[in-house]
Design a protein around this ligand. Structure first.
Ligand code: FAD
Length: 505
């Protein structure tokens, strides 16, 4: 980096060049320009000729932090992106065909300091309480009944389902308002300096863009970090074998539900994401077990409503860039790695990367220690998410197709094997090192996939029958009462942030 300040001289703004204008590029540009103000000069280069990946519509709760950080009013963002609320994911056919479970964003029951709620629920089961674990979770029951409301004290934990193209547009207008300079053009060459730093980007026609820090948001192409800097990629397909997806949008045939669906089929799964004005659909599959035409036929045979777009075929290699920050280049978004959207985690990884860049922004020369820390933190996030995704494939009773037999028989990372063993043997789950998915997420997915603990914590056994009954029935009644008072999700969305209402007005 060549922005070393000299003592006494006014500091020059750091010149940040964002290459690519998809979700990653505009999330980065908006956050950098809004939070850094005049201390940075942000330029974004994108090419309408190349376009964006055009998917990525289901999110997880921390996106709300990004909105807060950028001072974006939630209702404005939702109106602009035709967004709906999301309380979790309904998984169908994952353990066995014909059965389902829900991974909600909410807390289930109430934890004791020594033992999570699951221990009390299991004690209750032993004493004849037959009510399902689900009944103790507000978000889950609200999702099932298609209800939603903001409750006092942020008692509902939610994310959003949004239109990806509209999201990028929304962020672009915010970023440009904060001074980001947008340049339209195809990057023809990435110029490297003698020391290996990126010196500049050369566009078709010869225009040259110089910078101090380059953010590679060029998607799967990874033009800067991969093609120019030759940073390799760790392939995780031996754990997550799906390598292809086909997306298509359809008209809505019913009011939008506040959850995403992930429906397993015999060589992968299919998503359904309801927005205010339409539904996003897609099939994710392993091309070794299902060919592309058959996958498209299967997708189109399992959608509701009319298709409103052409099908969009995508290929990917699941894995992570070996270094996400190298010299003066940071990869954000698909250029940094990719894991299938089963738990809607990619936009979250973009957010984490952007906020980390801001935290580690150099005052002068970028320090190698910062780069190493950034890389270690990003990789840890990715590995923890990877383990959580593998769990969905490995812990299955499905043996009805070669794909599922392969998944059930595959080796898994030791970190995941330990988590499964610990839960199966003791009912315990621990959240390590700021892990994204909390205990509740692991428990819901492990139980949903058929892993049941053999024992539970003795502290639950200390409660008398009366006390345990009081605890369990009180928690259930509280959930049921609160959900009963919530309005229908579609009505709430229309009132709070209805895009159609806004257009009509
Ligand atoms: P892209 O959208 O591909 O953008 C790349 C940009 O680089 C474009 O602007 C392009 O013009 C520019 N560019 C490339 N080459 C050049 C060049 N030579 N010159 C100039 N500009 C160039 N994430 C979620 O969080 N939730 C989901 O539900 C979800 N679903 C997904 C489903 C699928 C099938 C896939 C593949 C991904 C999904 N994702 C999801 C991930 C999400 O789509 C991406 O993380 C997100 O869209 C960011 O993409 P990007 O900006 O990195 O890349």
């Amino acid at each position: 980096m060549n922005s070393q300040p000299t003592a006494g001289a006014p500091k020059q703004p750091i010149r940040i060049v964002v290459a690519g204008g998809g979700t990653a590029g505009w999330m980065a540009a908006a956050a950098l320009s809004r939070t850094l103000g005049r201390t940075a000069h942000v330029t974004l280069v994108e090419s309408d000729l190349i376009g964006t990946v055009g998917v990525g519509e289901s999110t997880i709760p921390p996106l709300a932090n990004y909105l807060r950080l950028l001072n974006i009013a939630e209702a404005d963002f939702m109106r602009a992106t035709h967004a709906t609320f999301k309380l979790g994911i309904q998984f169908d056919n994952w353990r066995v065909p014909g059965e389902g479970y829900f991974h909600s964003f909410g807390a289930v029951g109430k934890d004791h300091w020594a033992a999570g709620f699951q221990h009390f629920w299991m004690e209750g089961r032993e004493r004849g309480h037959a009510q399902p674990y689900d009944d103790y979770c507000l978000e889950l029951i609200a999702a099932r009944e298609s209800k939603f409301a903001h409750l006092p004290d942020g008692r509902v934990n939610y994310a959003f389902q949004l239109d990806a193209t509209a999201f990028a547009r929304f962020l672009r207008s915010l970023a440009e308002g904060e001074g980001t300079q947008r340049i339209e053009g195809r990057i023809a060459e990435v110029e490297l300096a003698a020391d290996g730093d990126i010196a500049g980007l050369v566009l078709d026609g010869g225009r040259r863009i110089e910078g101090d820090l380059f953010v590679d948001c060029t998607g799967f192409r990874a033009l800067l970090i991969g093609q120019a800097m030759h940073i390799g990629y760790d392939d995780w397909t031996h754990w997550l074998p799906c390598d292809s997806a086909i997306a298509v949008q359809t008209s809505s045939v019913r009011p939008p539900v506040p959850y995403t669906r992930a429906m397993a089929h015999d060589a992968g799964w299919q998503w359904r994401i309801p927005l205010q004005h339409r539904v996003g659909n897609g099939i994710v599959y392993c091309s070794r077990y299902l060919d592309h035409d058959a996958a498209e036929e299967r997708l189109l045979g399992n959608i509701e409503g009319e298709t409103t777009t052409k099908t969009n075929r995508l290929r990917f290699v699941t894995g992570a860039r070996r270094k996400q920050w190298h010299r003066n280049c940071v990869a954000v978004g698909l250029s940094s790695g990719f894991m299938e959207p089963l738990e809607s985690t990619s936009i979250h990884l973009i957010q984490r990367a952007v906020l980390r860049i801001i935290r580690m922004l150099p005052a002068g020369r970028v320090a190698q220690a910062d780069i190493d820390e950034f890389n270690a933190q990003q990789l840890q996030d990715m590995e923890q998410i990877r383990d959580f995704l593998i769990l969905h494939y490995k812990a299955t009773d499905r043996r009805d197709s070669p794909f599922w037999r392969h998944c059930a028989g595959m080796e898994i990372p030791d970190t995941l094997a330990h988590k499964i063993d610990l839960f199966r043997q003791t009912g315990r789950v621990f959240r390590n090192n700021e892990e994204l998915f909390a205990e509740n997420s692991w428990i819901q997915v492990m139980m949903g996939q058929g892993i049941m603990p053999e024992t539970h914590h003795p502290v639950a056994g200390k409660l008398s029958d009366r006390e345990l009954d009081h605890l369990l029935s009180g928690l259930r009644a509280n959930v049921a009462r609160t959900v009963a008072e919530m309005p229908a999700h579609a009505d709430y969305v229309a009132r709070y942030c209805g895009a159609r209402e806004a257009e009509a007005a």
